[in-house]
Write a protein of this length. Structure first.
Length: 94
């Protein structure tokens, strides 16, 4: 059994930034597609400028990537602190 005792903070931040950017691209595409086809995703409850929806494919990946990077850094810091006191994470590698 191998044990993970420490995670590189920037490495996990970059990895989660890339993963979240891809998810943001998918979500941005769906929101932009809906805006271009005239679908009201708020069902009339919240007035949203259609220009914002039309450019979601550009800024969603950026916002998701920033959130993923910060979340990855925070996750790695908490993991490293917990692993220091509780001994790490055991994994089985074959």
């Amino acid at each position: 059994m191998a044990k993970i005792k420490r995670v590189n903070v920037l490495s996990l931040g970059k990895l989660l930034a890339i993963i979240n950017a891809v998810l943001g691209l998918v979500m941005g595409f769906l929101v932009t597609l809906g805006a271009l086809t005239g679908v009201d995703m708020t069902q009339g409850q919240v007035p949203v400028d259609s220009l914002i929806q039309k450019f979601a494919i550009i800024y969603f990946p950026v916002l998701y990537a920033v959130g993923g990077f910060l979340g990855g850094i925070l996750t790695a810091l908490v993991f490293n602190l917990a692993a220091k006191y509780f001994g790490g994470l055991e994994i089985d590698i074959e």
